[in-house]
Design a protein around this ligand. Structure first.
Ligand SMILES: NC(=O)C1=CN([C@@H]2O[C@H](COP(=O)(O)OP(=O)(O)OC[C@H]3O[C@@H](n4cnc5c(N)ncnc54)[C@H](OP(=O)(O)O)[C@@H]3O)[C@@H](O)[C@H]2O)C=CC1
Ligand SMILES: O=C(CO)[C@H](O)[C@H](O)COP(=O)(O)O
Length: 469
């Protein structure tokens, strides 16, 4: 029997579509899922293609050409460990295992260590693009055992999304857990991007009294210019969608409680661990957590005073300001994400290719956006850029947009509309561009109560003062 090129474990939303994508690109795929219904569905969907469903992991391994290549697309966490426990004894030195789930990068590092000495090449790959992307072209961010790359490269680059210039959105990221780290940062930016768009929508609703259909037209228009991105595009589609049963805009009927699987939280936690300032990303996570307090918020809305939102200025002028605020906030979120990459790179010595990361995110993934080409170009100009905001192009855009970001944050504050992402982006921007901050007073406070010492601006050394003596 003809051997297959790759085995795919986990035939859920992503796994089945990735397997189909591989098969359509001419690679032989053997799929396995614990759920027999999913195995049967896979068999049906791949009829006529070089693909088959295996009844067990043993059968899947037996179906593969050597050195074998197995792609895991099961839920992150315990399921990956469970699969590896059964799978690794069936494999030999030289075989490749790639986990494409949203795995915490330290788990990937732990699994790599556990496989040390077996000769199995372990890879942690970021995969983005959702169901559609998996089928038609995801962005792929593989990292881990470099020996695996020659084996994976032809398959992954064939199925990956392509930019308008035909470049595959899949490149080798680096060693260790770097592929999964990059995907986690992608998701942190995704959280920030989504929350900022939600705040723009909410301001249009409260301050301009716009209907979802009217907003859809605006988002559609914005999607033609420098804000062009997948998330702006799907927002335009969502706002135009009518519920067939009630005739209302479907978005108005959705419960305002956001769920999360953890990647944005990890990005924020790791930013704190690495001492990276990432408030737009962290506030996007907090915006989801406060949305979860549905019943409490309902009570508080009747007790806690605040201004009532009312009409704010001429529609076109306010929309122009919100558009600029969105762009400025988006740039701040990317700046924070790339700072996180830079800090992790320093910590782990991964030699992360920043321009390549931006390049891989240009198509296929959820944060794909017009602006990623500019980010790629800025890291090409200055690979060691301290902060994306310091690139001349982005400094110019911020110069053009920061005043409108201020106006929009002020509007939110004055009208009692919560805009945590806009606000934190502005504070991030203002803090970063301040040659002096009030941390001198903070150091004095620390020294006052805890004799923690401080440094002076006029002479070297560490100093302590008896402040109340
Ligand atoms: N959905 C998305 O847009 C994206 C998801 N991801 C990540 O990809 C991974 C998979 O996501 P997704 O496809 O959405 O998840 P699904 O839940 O749709 O699919 C996972 C599949 O794995 C199966 N499975 C679980 N344990 C095992 C096991 N031990 N052996 C074999 N199969 C198993 C599940 O079966 P059963 O249901 O019976 O448990 C299920 O069919 C996750 O880590 C996710 O975070 C990454 C990018 C985008
Ligand atoms: O990785 C993804 C996209 O890039 C997944 O869709 C992920 O599940 C989104 O995260 P969350 O469920 O926390 O919103």
């Amino acid at each position: 029997m003809q051997k297959m090129d790759i085995g795919l474990v986990g035939l859920g939303v992503m796994g089945e579509n990735l397997a189909l994508n591989l098969a359509r690109n001419g690679f032989g795929v053997c799929g396995f899922d614990l759920d027999s219904a999913k195995r049967n569905s896979f068999g049906q969907r791949t009829q006529g293609l070089k693909a088959q469903a295996a009844a067990s992991l043993v059968d899947l391994v037996a179906s593969l050409q050597t050195p074998r290549c197995v792609w895991l697309m099961v839920p992150a966490g315990a399921a990956v460990d469970a699969v590896l426990e059964q799978l690794s004894p069936l494999l030999s030195a030289g075989d490749v295992v790639m986990d494409g789930g949203n795995t915490l990068y330290t788990d990937t590092q732990r699994r790599m260590q556990a496989l040390e000495g077996t000769g199995i090449h372990y890879v942690g790959a970021g995969v983005s693009g959702g169901e559609e992307g998996a089928l038609h072209g995801p962005a792929l961010m593989p990292g881990g055992a470099t020996e695996a790359w020659p084996r994976l490269k032809p398959m992954l680059q064939a199925i990956a999304a392509k930019t308008d210039g035909g470049e595959a959105c899949c490149e080798w990221i680096g060693p260790g857990g770097s592929g999964h780290f990059v995907k986690m940062v992608h998701n942190g930016i995704e959280y920030a991007d989504m929350q900022t768009i939600c705040e723009a929508y909410w301001l249009m609703h409260h301050l301009l009294g716009m209907s979802p259909a009217e907003m859809s037209v605006v988002f559609h228009e914005w999607n033609q210019g420098e804000l062009a991105s997948y998330l702006i595009g799907i927002t335009a589609d969502i706002l135009a969608h009518t519920d067939p049963e009630t005739g209302s805009a479907l978005v108005d009927l959705i419960l305002d409680t956001a769920e999360q699987k953890g990647t944005g939280k990890w990005a924020s936690q790791i930013a704190l661990d690495l001492g990276v300032t990432a408030p737009t990303i962290a506030n996007a996570v907090f915006a989801r957590t406060v949305s979860g307090l549905h019943a409490e918020r309902a009570k508080a809305s009747k007790v806690l005073p605040g201004p009532a939102a009312r009409a704010a200025g001429p529609r076109d002028a306010v929309l122009g300001q919100i558009k600029h605020a969105l762009l400025a906030s988006k740039i701040c979120a990317y700046a924070q994400g790339f700072s996180l990459l830079k800090a992790a790179d320093r910590e782990h010595q991964w030699q992360l290719p920043m321009g390549t990361v931006a390049s891989v995110w240009r198509a296929g993934c959820i944060i794909r956006a017009h602006l990623l080409e500019d980010i790629r170009a800025s890291y090409e100009r200055s690979p060691d850029l301290d902060n994306l905001l310091m690139d001349s192009h982005f400094a110019g855009v911020m110069g053009r947009c920061h005043q409108d970001l201020r106006e929009v944050v002020a509007m939110g504050a004055l009208h009692g509309v919560a805009v945590p992402s806009f606000m934190s982006s502005l504070s991030y921007y203002d803090a970063y561009r301040s040659a002096r901050l009030p941390a001198n007073l903070l150091q004095a406070q620390r020294d006052y109560f805890g004799a923690h010492t401080y440094q002076r601006v006029d002479r070297p050394g560490k100093f302590h003062t008896r402040w109340n003596g």
